[in-house]
Design a protein around this ligand. Sequence first.
Ligand code: SRM
Ligand code: SF4
Length: 512
Amino acid sequence: MVTASKPPAKPNKFEKYKAEKDGLSVKDEIEHFARIGWEAVDKTDLEQRLKWLGIFYRPVTPGKFMFRLRTPNGIVSSQGMRMLAEIVQRYGDDGSADITTRQNLQLRGVRLEDMPEIFRKLEAVGITSMQSGMDNVRNITGSPIAGIDGDELIDTRELVQKVQDAITNKGQGNYAFTNLPRKFNIALEGGRDNSVHAEINDIAFVPAYREGKLGFNVLVGGFFSAKRCASAIPLNAWIPPNEDVVTLSCAILSVFRDNGSRANRQKSRLMWLIDEWGIDKFRAEVETVFGKELLSAAPKDEIDWDKRDCLGVHSQKQTGYSYVGIHVPVGRFDAEGMFELARLAEVYGQGELRLTVEQNVVIPYVANENVETFLAEPILQKYSISPTPLVRSLVSCTGSQFCKFALVETKQRALEIARNLDEKLEFGDRVRIHWTGCPNSCGQPQVADIGLMGTKVRKEGKTVEGVDLYMGGTVGKDAKLGTCVRKGIPCDELPQVLEELAIEKFGATPKS
Ligand code: SRM
Ligand code: SF4
């Protein structure tokens, strides 16, 4: 078993329990846990270590677990989606699924006693949940239209899968990377529009030509946390789009694992280590583990487009085919919706669905002559291909319905406000609103035109739900993070505030 080579002077409580027993080891106990029932499971195993398998105890709904999968590059087979729908369906009103801001899926209402069977079923359809939570590498993102985008530079699908396989030992679990100092995000962009939000990942690979050869420039250290948000910075490295991507990812992870701070968890993300060492020393340490010389970065990358949201019907690079982007409001769907989208992918496509970081779905390979029939499918009334403007670009984290960190309810409120404003106002351009229930920033308010971060506010002698307002986030080419421009807006005043903002800053006009 690999452990941190630099024991912390004063380890935090997470480090103590990780040192006692690696999170991954609960894999061998899952049948036992299922037999004894969740109430009898050791508290740390229940509330913490199970996250190594993607099983999240929810204090808000005890006994009904959240189950986080891995969907590398956002790809799910229709067979897999149907299997997931069956799991969700079994839990009746408790069962639902969320598309996450890392183009991933989380199931709701899952019971611990069912987990052994669920794992067997998922293995049969090639889905893993291994190392999807806590101090692990999260779902690895890539362009949702990889391999079908006519303007794509590098098809990242295979590489993303390879990086995931290396880190998780092909989904079986890999003790080499289960005791990182903190969570870790990796993204591989192959398109021109920075679909993955490269700048907010601990490692991002972005396409770049070096001496006429196409490969990736490497960025490191991007992250959000309650105390600090930082954009990724250049490692000054370029690598070809081959196995080197896997080797370099593992090298960076090893350097982080062995040297990252394990004392204060607010200072444990990769950027803190880069700050401590300086980028040159960090690069040199990575190069040593990488085992060969790192080439310097290409002078510029190829991210030169605005970010696409992929909704609607678009021609593929394969002649005669289109991909169809389908909007799933704030990423939440039920078993019926999952079954239906799986069916559409099978009947009209090639049995594959893609997920986006905007929490939506793409169905590739719809033959052009079938697009009209496809669009007449009843499920597209619920999950539209052309939703109203604000709803279209709405993103939201989980919020207080299931998350104990949440200071506000998010998804339902986000939708209600956006729908009402869409009814009142006419919008020219898209306005991207991101909601996040607390400063952890899972809903990425800093990348939005309008970011709303949950907080508590005093109003008329009472504590009520409110938000801090973020603005100025840009995506795509030259993406930059937005900042907080106004604090403590009570949620009941928000519709008015947003209406004024939409008119003054985003050119919206009242509908007559
Ligand atoms: Fe997150 C913790 C949900 C993307 C930063 N995040 C949590 C937990 C696990 C807390 C908990 O145990 O309740 C949330 C689970 C709630 C639930 O029941 O769903 C949670 N995070 C989510 C998701 C589901 C939001 C969503 O609705 O899409 C996203 C799952 C992604 C995935 O598939 O793996 C999600 N979280 C993010 C992102 C966005 C991203 O990766 O682009 C961030 C900011 C980027 C980053 O990490 O640098 C993010 N989540 C956090 C943090 C703050 C990390 C830090 O360094 O301080 C926490 C708290 C923590 O780790 O201590 C957190
Ligand atoms: Fe929970 Fe906060 Fe993340 Fe929202 S931002 S899912 S409330 S931890």
